[in-house]
Write a protein that binds this ligand. Structure first.
Ligand code: DGT
Ligand code: CA
Ligand code: CA
Ligand code: ZN
Length: 572
């Protein structure tokens, strides 16, 4: 239902409809997605009245979809365009205005036609486009092709959990796990690798291919099934015997590099290790019995290595020396910073965001809407910002001890100065400083720009360091190592922006930052209450970066945070 509303919004935009109408559909989609109640059931019984963000027109449409499984309005609208127009919205940098212009003037209604039009130079000739835009579009299309078969970790959690749940319910299945890059918490995942132990492999494989998420069956045998899911993702199931399960889990979790290193350790003891077990060379001592995955590591005289660390980046050496860190856990998080409200480009009010944070069991929430330069996102000027701070102080009085930290995501301007003067910033509890306007800076200029911002006494933390959008756009050129050094010197926190499309700063840099004493803040950059939940996957990426509880600012209690924010930066 949400997807249909989202598509209606796109098509209405293409038709040049009233933006408020378009927005109503888009907001409706978001509301449907974030509702905890069974929205289909409510819609069926005409019980959607009074739900914020769903007006009468949407209510009727949701009702029709719930009752009939279809929507006449959408079918009619869709018939005006070829199915392929939706592809165009997937191209980075292409919004409805541009798509509409190309559709009206060049008849571009599919990726294929777009590509031809660009290659023939026709797009550059359109008013308001130009050669630069045309090149950008071609690059955007190339990026889409490059990333076409990967999915963002933060966007597939519910899907994976759902499949695990169904496998667990199968009467012939005893142990169940998801392995592969998903278990290792890679920020993007190619295919999913499920694993079960069973005596009835053929039956379980066959049942797997009939799950509701399955779109096509690629292969189905006695020990393995491969399917494509409705979202286009490929997915393997391996069915093994109970005694093989720990070995298969270890093997299929990977990474390949980690496994290669582990196998050579086993080799030194005269054992060969594969997905079925240990095979002992003649004259070598037998390995101890293996019932669980950690028995394999113990047999090799290693500490258990958490899946997130299995990238062969020093974890095996550390495990041998018993020096693995105790990794941070989701349940350690007490609050979070960097969240938006309807004051800028968020979809939920301050009250809504706070309500959700309390639901999540957090003790505090940092609000940081955009600053005035980010006008396209409804950035606040000084007056509106100070009004928001006052509103936060008022609301806080009614919350029985829950704290709202009043902040701002202040733009780092081109020269590294900030969008607000110090007299304004010092009235806030905290400040996230971020780059939103990239300009044409080279690596050195960009790094200097960011460092200058971090030198400001009021900048608590640096937002989304590289500006990358996963599977869409590389970050701007920036020297991570120098930024980390500057953060250490200025006592500036670096954010782990755990919006699924960002995961920025990248996990590969966190151990270095940690070792230099730089603190991490796991921030969802939430633009709606539902997205506050992303701190869970954020914690997994932090683990992947070797971070411990003490390395993460928002594991601290309210009292400790208040103390931290009160202390001058240099003394933190
Ligand atoms: P992905 O799917 O591209 O996000 O990444 P993975 O790590 O899930 O890779 P995948 O699905 O090809 O294989 C799952 C795991 O199985 C992989 O992490 C390690 C193991 N594996 C697969 N092929 C090989 C191989 O040829 N040699 C070794 N040592 N391990 C393999
Ligand atoms: Ca995989
Ligand atoms: Ca695979
Ligand atoms: Zn931002």
């Amino acid at each position: 239902m949400a997807e249909t509303l989202e598509k209606i919004a796109l098509l209405l935009e293409l038709k040049g409809e009233n933006p408020f109408k378009v927005r109503a559909y888009r907001q409706g989609a978001e509301v449907v997605l974030s509702m905890e109640e069974d929205v289909v059931e409510l819609a069926k019984n005409d019980e959607l009245k009074g739900i914020k963000g769903i007006g009468e027109a949407l209510r009727d449409k949701l009702g029709e979809m719930a009752k009939t499984g279809g929507l006449g309005f959408y079918e009619k609208l869709k018939a005006e365009f070829p199915e392929t127009v939706f592809e165009l919205f997937e191209v980075q940098g292409l919004g409805p205005k541009k798509i509409k212009a190309m559709y009206d003037k060049l008849g571009v209604d599919s990726l294929e036609k777009l590509k031809t039009a660009c290659e023939e130079g026709k797009v550059a000739e359109l008013p308001g486009f130009g050669a630069k835009t045309q090149t950008k579009i071609l690059e955007g299309m190339a990026a889409n092709e490059k990333y076409a078969d990967r999915f963002k970790l933060g966007s597939i959690g519910a899907l994976v959990e759902g499949i695990l749940e169904m496998l667990r319910m199968h009467p012939e299945v005893s142990r169940v796990a998801v392995a592969g890059s998903y278990r290792r918490a890679k920020e993007s995942v190619g295919d999913l690798d499920f694993l079960v132990s069973t005596k009835e492999g053929a039956l379980v494989c066959e049942d797997f291919t009939t799950l509701p998420e399955v779109d096509a069956v690629i292969a189905c045998g006695d020990t393995k099934a491969s399917v494509r899911l409705k979202n286009g993702m490929y997915c393997d199931l391996r069915a093994v015997k109970n005694e093989e399960f720990p070995f298969a889990l270890q093997y299929f979790t990977g990474s390949k590099e980690h496994n290669v290193a582990l196998r050579s350790l086993a080799q030194k003891r005269g054992w060969s290790l594969n997905e079925y077990g240990f095979t002992v060379a003649e004259g070598s001592e037998a390995p101890p019995e293996v019932n669980e995955e950690w028995d394999i590591y113990r047999a090799l005289d290693l500490q258990f290595i958490e899946p997130e660390l299995r990238e062969n980046r020093g974890e095996i050496e550390a495990a041998a020396e018993r020096k693995l860190p105790k990794l941070v856990e989701w349940s350690n998080l007490r609050g979070t910073f960097h969240n938006h409200t309807t004051e800028s480009d968020g979809l939920d009010s301050l009250e809504g965001m706070v309500d959700e944070a309390m639901e999540l069991g957090l003790q505090y929430l940092g609000i940081s809407d955009h600053s005035k330069s980010t006008a396209f996102a409804g950035g606040l000027n000084e007056e509106r910002l100070l009004k928001q701070v006052a509103a936060i102080r008022e609301l806080e009085k009614t919350l029985g001890g829950f704290r709202i930290f009043a902040g701002n995501e202040v733009d780092i301007l081109m020269d590294g100065s900030l969008d607000f003067a110090d007299e304004i910033l010092e009235q806030l509890d905290f400040v996230v400083a971020s780059v939103h306007n990239f300009g044409k800076l080279d690596e050195d200029q960009m790094t200097n720009r960011i460092c200058r911002a971090m030198e400001n006494e009021h900048v608590t933390m640096l937002g989304h360091l590289s500006g990358r959008l996963l599977l869409k756009r590389e970050g701007y050129p920036v020297d991570h190592a120098r930024i980390i050094d500057c953060a250490a010197a200025t006592r500036t926190v670096i954010e782990l922006n755990c919006s699924p499309m960002r995961m920025d700063m990248d996990w590969r840099w966190w151990k270095r930052a940690r070792d230099k004493g730089v603190l991490c803040s796991i921030n969802p950059d939430a633009h709606s209450r539902a997205r506050l939940h992303h701190i869970g996957v954020g914690a997994r990426i932090a683990r992947k970066g070797w971070l411990r509880r003490e390395d993460v600012l928002n594991t601290r209690s309210v009292k400790e945070i208040e103390e931290f924010l009160r202390t001058p930066k240099g003394e933190r």
